[in-house]
Ligand binder design. Structure first.
Ligand code: DGL
Length: 275
């Protein structure tokens, strides 16, 4: 039955940067985006809380008819994905799938750098989970990953204060700390879905030999490849170019800022969820 959607979930707005890349590459499918804005940010929350909120969102998206869900949030991918895939999915929806945004990056991470030294900018939660380190070690054991938590960047971006001197101060501070830890870094990965909005500010303070990579295009390529390799999933998906947007906060609040992340006007609906 080709009528199911692809669900894309984030704690709030950031996943829209990933959805943008996915819909650019795979425009024909139907997508339902859910942002848990009422409980964002996730980056500073415990494993238990992020897992609980993410599982609730996954169930919500399954009830809305999604057959495949992308956790377009590094923090949720780091803290909740594994348990959901291994423990919850077999019980709640054994034929459906939930994927994240960290594995697509770590599967190719070794091809992105010449020096083999890579920096990851992420939320404190993603850094603490060590997911990038652990996943990279499986595919590219010789690559050195150095992480940098950037706790103030999400609030600056969400408050539309990312293009000024205050933001530049913190971008500079976090990058200096990262490069002090490993001077051989030649590639920096934006391991948080919000950071593509400040990619120019990041590039502006880095020496020109350091590449900056955002994960949206990598995730989109990986999803394309996944759907080609999994016809049993692909066959379930509707191809009517539909896009629906939901937020756990008010739709007015979401619509106001969403354009900044998605590059287009968005008309969202409120998602009713037990808080
Ligand atoms: N979307 C989250 C991530 O990619 C950042 C925002 C948050 O902390 O909730 O890690």
């Amino acid at each position: 039955m080709k009528s199911h959607s692809i669900g894309v979930f984030d704690s709030g707005f950031g996943g829209l940067t990933v959805l943008k890349e996915i819909t650019t590459r795979l425009p024909e499918y139907d997508y339902i985006y859910l942002g848990d804005n009422a409980r964002a940010p996730y980056g500073c929350r415990s494993f238990e809380t992020v897992y609980k909120y993410t599982l609730q969102a996954v169930n919500w998206l399954f009830n809305k008819g999604c057959f495949l869900i992308i956790l377009a949030c590094n923090t949720a991918s780091a803290k909740a994905l594994r348990t959901i895939q291994q423990k919850d999915l077999p019980a709640i929806a054994p034929n459906r799938r939930v994927l994240g945004v960290i594995r697509p990056v770590t599967e190719i991470i070794g091809t992105l750098s010449s020096s083999g030294h890579i920096g990851i900018l992420a939320t404190a939660g993603t850094v603490k989970s060590n997911s990038y380190l652990l996943e990279t070690a499986k595919s590219f054991p010789n690559v050195t990953i150095t992480q940098q938590a950037c706790p103030l960047l999400v609030p600056l971006i969400e408050n539309n204060e990312f293009d000024n001197e205050g933001a530049a101060f913190f971008i500079n501070k976090y990058l200096s700390e990262l490069l002090q830890k490993d001077q051989l870094i030649d590639t920096i990965i934006l391991g948080c879905t919000h950071y593509p909005l400040i990619i120019n500010g990041i590039k502006a303070v880095l020496p020109s030999h350091i590449k900056v990579i955002s994960q949206g295009t990598i995730v989109a390529e990986s999803l394309d490849d996944y759907l080609r390799r999994h016809p049993e999933i692909e066959n379930q998906l509707g191809k009517n170019h539909k896009r629906s947007f939901f937020t756990t906060d008010t739709s007015e609040m979401f619509n106001d800022l969403a354009e900044l992340f998605y590059g287009e006007n968005i008309f969202s609906e409120h998602a009713e969820m037990e808080m």
